[in-house]
Design a protein around this ligand. Structure first.
Ligand SMILES: [Zn+2]
Length: 1116
């Protein structure tokens, strides 16, 4: 409650002083000194009367107190005084504030005191009790300490006794119940009232449908609901078999309240059930009493009436909570594929996985759903001020960790071997003509790798099989795409093609001619690249989208507006499985856990496949005729991290309403709830000249399901649920083969193809070199690119300028599931190799060192987050292992080498994708901004910091339409201390060290507002990043400053405009607040919409904070 402003006119100071005395009296000894109290009261009243009304607004609350006090001092009670308070304070327009003042001045305490003293008369004056309780019912809810006060002074029992004695006296009953309802919101009171038999009392009042006394009923139900939040009371209710009673009452009201006049009563009954089912016993009682069927049927009947939505939503919430927890239909949650590591890292999740005894059931554990460690929380925490605003306790508070790390752990001799990756720094171009600064990645690696690839072939139908000898010919298609029928220019091509392939059993595809649209794509070259790519499952197939390429559509793809009630509908369909189990097919149609992975081809089911580069689908189960449950594979050598998917579907029926459910998602929320669609690629469309991924799917939503995660998978937390991502889809083409993906795929082979094609763009003015930085655990090469401009001549000046260009170090795709990062990188590379004058200036300005894919193995094997070591590589930068994290180890070494020779890069940026936010934005590192977010005491000299780290993001926000400065953050978080950005900042000393995050979904600002992001926008972002670097160069280069002194001002302007409010720049991860659907929308099914003091379902409620922290952790 707000304190009234103390802006009294001076003449009021005396009033204030007197009030102070009165308050003290009031506090210390209510009755001790009645005479003094009387005198003071008289003085105040006199003063107020003589001063008139003009300043009474501020002291109205005091006045109320005094009017209450006055008769009290006089030792006599008049109901008039209470009426006065009621009339002047409570029942006036805008009375809320007056009540607030009244409460803050101890008004409720006095009223409670009056209740107690009034109860000592025998019999107590009914009129007085009625008045007091009516008043308390109104002012009590405004007093946070009301429950405690009532218990401490004994009023609690007075009210209860009054109730017990007046069950038939409805006039008195109502206000007493209303006050009881307020008492009950305190958890300690709830337990105490439960012991006092109040639960039974409530059950005496509530009952089947009746038109009488509905307001009594309503209050009783609310009170009961509040009492049942206590686990002790919930257990008591279960023990006394109240669950079937509540269900009966609910059904009765549902049947009889045909005109829906008493929705609140029905909701009150549900509220009680909702709270009882927070405990395991309650859920069991609910199931035993056939609660699922009852609530399912009643809800279904309510569906047509929109005003009954709250009932449906609450029913849905209860049913989801009670839905028996299931195990995932898997033998183990460990990845299907296993890669033998050179050594197992000591400790950590991988070690845990490896040390797990054979045969242990890791899908669920015994302890799951074991939430009833029934300790009643008898503290009064909930009465403490809960105003602690969402502080991020992850902010780094150790100032030493925010300072540059001085000690260079590695001697220069050790780093010297990295010299060979920096030929440009010593290049003298004396034999310029002969030097060829390009070492083909492919040439140097294929010979070795090819030997191991013996299984490469395209899938063929019918005879033949095996290796397709003519790579120049398009491959045969898996699902049997027939040559198109009918007329039209597009079909002609296919027909021509079919003619050429005489008698071929399988139709052969026309490769879309995309050479003009996709200069970096070449299907034949792609196949060549695939041959040298090594995957753990030894994939031998090529997915058509990667083969044909993707031509970004020219139409806009809007962020999807969510249809009202989608989630509810989906959940009801899920619940139907339990109610009508006979309708469920449960037919496994794809299963990587079975060695041969049998393909069922009976015409009744879809066919699935994911055994190609970056593919991820572990299992497909046909649940209903047109509904499939899909299970994703864990990252290799891990037992979770599933989010990324990429799989093929064929055998579909045109026009049928398919529903797909990915049932083992892990994150608690997803952009799929905020308008993001899945991506689909149709081979039929591709051969008709539209080779492209399109955003597709309707009725998309993401919600907690009834599959539980073992504590192993949930990082030690018990009984956490998985989430379902569901979408619906109708297919347009007969005999199509379609691919679905989480985001635009970008395989390692695609990268190699792009690099090869980029090489062809090299002109004599471009210096471009490709080195192999290292081999990965899986035997793939990690490319390192160097791009700059050739010196204009071999004169000393030119060579000197060439060697001394500042370095820009870029990396990408450390997280395989963030394919958008690769598309941004493609944009950057294409720009850098371009022929525009800007590109030329940029190459003259900097030497670019680029590691375009930090995690090739993860990408190849369809991981979402990890490398083959089962670890998140972007958490290994502090001490990467050369054996387990070679790409990180060597990339860091390159940077350490640069630091050692005093050539640390001007900018370091690691490209990422963000699954929970919109737009493109950057994370950077700032000592100052971090300190501002914490309570570290640091002297101002320690806080000297150049603000240059803000320049690049600021420039980007001005020129890149997808970029949002408002989403940027420069606060260093503890959980990020081992990420590239923080380590490069702290250990290498790069002030402009960034993570650039691109949305997977779309933009909510700028030119692309309301649109989902596509590869065109992502590539544009990569190009804009380059242009921004050029502008940065103009702003930072000391050489050019002489000519561009005014630009200095521009830079400081850039910084100033943003810098007024540092607090605002700290961005919490909980980005989406506007829920379109009222209930259940956050996918946190078990979460209470209100703040439940002792919500008994710890997985749903208590852990939500740490859960969101986990998400924050996992987002870079
Ligand atoms: Zn990432």
């Amino acid at each position: 409650p707000r304190q009234p402003k103390t802006c009294f006119v001076p003449s009021n100071s005396r009033v204030l002083m007197l009030l102070g005395q009165l308050e003290r009296l009031n506090r210390e000894a209510m009755l001790a000194d009645a005479e003094i109290g009387r005198q003071i009261t008289a003085k105040i009243l006199h003063l107020i009367q003589t001063q008139g009304e003009k300043s009474t607004k501020h002291i109205l609350g005091y006045t109320m107190t005094i009017y209450l006090l006055e008769p009290f001092w006089k030792g006599q009670w008049e109901n008039n005084s209470l009426h006065y308070v009621n009339d002047r304070c409570v029942c006036v327009p805008g009375g809320g504030r007056r009540v607030g003042v009244f409460v803050s001045k101890g008004g409720t305490g006095i009223l409670l005191q009056l209740v107690l003293s009034g109860s000592k008369e025998s019999p107590p004056s009914e009129e007085l009790m009625l008045q007091l309780h009516s008043l308390l019912a109104k002012v009590g809810p405004k007093d946070r300490k009301f429950g405690v006060k009532a218990r401490l002074n004994g009023a609690l029992n007075v009210t209860v006794n009054l109730l017990k004695q007046n069950l038939q006296n409805h006039k008195l009953l109502l206000p007493c119940l209303q006050v009881l309802r307020v008492y009950s919101s305190n958890s300690v009171n709830a337990v105490s009232l439960g012991k006092n038999g109040v639960l039974e009392l409530m059950f005496k009042i509530i009952g089947p449908y009746s038109k009488k006394n509905t307001s009594l009923l309503k209050v009783s139900l609310d009170t009961l609901g509040a009492l049942l939040k206590s686990k002790t009371n919930a257990r008591r209710a279960v023990d006394r078999a109240h669950v079937p009673v509540l269900l009966y009452i609910y059904q009765d009201w549902h049947r009889n309240d045909t005109r829906h006049r008493h929705m609140l009563i029905r909701k009150g009954v549900l509220g009680c059930l909702k709270n009882i089912t927070n405990i395991k016993l309650g859920r069991k009682a609910f199931i035993d009493a056939d609660g699922m069927r009852i609530l399912y049927n009643t809800s279904t009947e309510c569906l047509p009436v929109r005003t009954l939505d709250p009932l449906i939503n609450t029913s849905s919430l209860i049913m989801r909570k009670c839905f028996p927890k299931n195990r995932l239909p898997l033998p183990t949650i460990k990845s299907v594929f296993h890669h033998q590591l050179p050594h197992v890292p000591a400790g950590g999740p991988v070690a845990q996985l490896y040390n797990q005894p054979l045969g242990v059931d890791d899908v669920v554990d015994e302890s799951d759903d074991n939430d009833d460690v029934e300790t009643e929380n008898d503290t009064e925490n909930e009465e403490e001020d809960k105003d602690h605003h969402a502080r991020n306790d992850d902010i780094e508070t150790d100032i030493n960790k925010l300072r540059p790390k001085e000690t260079h752990s590695r001697p220069f001799e050790e780093l010297k071997i990295y010299e060979r990756f920096f030929l440009e720094l010593s290049e003298d171009f004396q034999v310029m003509q002969d030097r060829h600064p390009f070492v083909s990645l492919v040439e140097s690696s294929t010979s070795k790798n090819l030997i191991n690839i013996v299984t490469f072939h395209f899938k063929t139908r019918g005879g033949g099989g095996g290796v397709n000898r003519h790579y120049r010919q398009p491959p045969l298609l898996a699902g049997g795409v027939a040559a198109q029928q009918g007329g039209g220019a597009e079909e002609t091509l296919a027909e021509e093609w079919a003619e050429e392939e005489e008698g071929g059993e399988g139709a052969v595809l026309e490769v879309p001619d995309t050479a003009l649209l996709l200069p970096l794509h070449d299907p034949d070259l792609y196949v060549e690249m695939v041959k040298s790519t090594r995957s753990v499952p030894q994939y031998s197939e090529v997915a058509y989208p990667d083969y044909f390429g993707h031509v970004a559509p020219t139409f806009r793809e809007h962020i999807l507006e969510r249809v009202y009630g989608v989630q509810r509908t989906k959940i009801f369909q899920d619940i139907e499985r339990l109610i009508h189990p006979n309708d469920i097919l449960d037919k496994v149609v794809y299963d990587l856990d079975i060695q041969s992975c049998p393909v069922i081809d009976d015409g009744e089911s879809l066919k699935f496949n994911s055994q190609f580069e970056s593919g991820n689908l572990r299992k497909a189960i046909q649940a209903r005729k047109f509904e499939y449950d899909l299970v994703l594979n864990s990252d290799i050598n891990s037992n979770h991290y599933h989010q990324w998917f990429y799989f093929e579907v064929s055998g579909m029926r045109v026009g049928a309403p398919y529903r797909f459910n990915i049932i083992n998602c892990e994150k608690s929320n997803s952009q799929f709830n905020y308008g993001m669609q899945v991506l689909m690629y149709s081979v039929q469309e591709a051969i008709s000249g539209r080779p492209r991924w399109v955003r597709t799917g309707t009725d998309i939503c993401y919600y907690k399901n009834h599959f539980s995660r073992s504590s192993i998978a949930a990082g030690g937390q018990k009984g956490k649920s998985y989430y379902t991502m569901t979408f619906s889809m109708t297919f347009n083409h007969k005999d199509d083969v379609c691919y679905f993906a989480y985001h635009y795929p970008y395989t390692y082979s695609t990268l190699k193809m792009h690099l090869q094609k980029l090489e062809a763009l090299r002109t004599p003015q471009i210096y471009m070199r490709q080195d192999i930085l290292c081999e990965t655990l899986g035997g793939n090469s990690c490319p390192l690119l160097t791009i700059t401009a050739m010196p204009e001549s071999t004169s000393n000046d030119q060579i000197c300028q060439f060697r001394n260009r500042p370095l820009v170090f870029l990396s990408s795709r450390v997280h395989p599931g963030e394919t958008n990062a690769s598309w941004v990188m493609k944009g950057t590379l294409e720009f850098l190799m371009g022929s525009s004058p800007l590109a030329h200036s940029l190459r003259e300005a900097y030497i670019f060192k680029i590691v375009p894919m930090l995690n090739p193995d993860g990408v190849v094997n369809g991981n979402h987050r990890c490398s083959l070591s089962g670890e998140d590589l972007n958490r290994q930068w502090q001490s990467p292992s050369p054996e387990l994290h070679p790409t990180i180890y060597h990339t860091k070494s390159l940077l350490q080498y640069l630091a050692a020779i005093q050539r640390a890069p001007l900018v370091f940026c690691d490209y990422h994708g963000h699954s929970r936010k919109k737009n493109v934005f950057m994370y950077g590192c700032s000592l100052k901004e971090t300190v501002w977010q914490t309570n570290i005491s640091a002297t101002s000299c320690e806080l000297h910091e150049d603000l240059g780290y803000r320049t690049l993001p600021k420039i980007l926000s001005q020129m890149a339409p997808a970029f949002s400065m408002a989403s940027c953050s420069f606060v260093v978080e503890r959980s990020k201390e081992a990420t590239a950005r923080v380590v490069v900042w702290r250990e290498i000393g790069v002030q402009r060290s960034y993570t650039m995050e691109s949305t997977l979904c779309g933009c909510d600002q700028g030119k692309y507002k309301g649109l989902q992001i596509g590869t065109r926008e992502l590539e544009e972002m990569g190009a804009q990043f380059c242009v921004a670097l050029l502008r940065l160069k103009r702003l930072t280069s000391p050489l050019e400053l002489r000519n561009h002194a005014h630009l200095l001002d521009v830079e400081s302007d850039l910084i100033e405009t943003r810098f007024t409010s540092p607090v605002l720049t700290y961005v919490l991860e909980d980005e989406e607040h506007s829920f379109m659907e009222e209930v259940d929308y956050s996918a946190e099914s078990g979460d209470e919409p209100d703040n439940d003091p002792d919500a008994a379902d710890p997985h749903d409620n208590r852990l939500s904070d740490s859960e969101s922290n986990n998400h924050r952790d996992s987002l870079t």
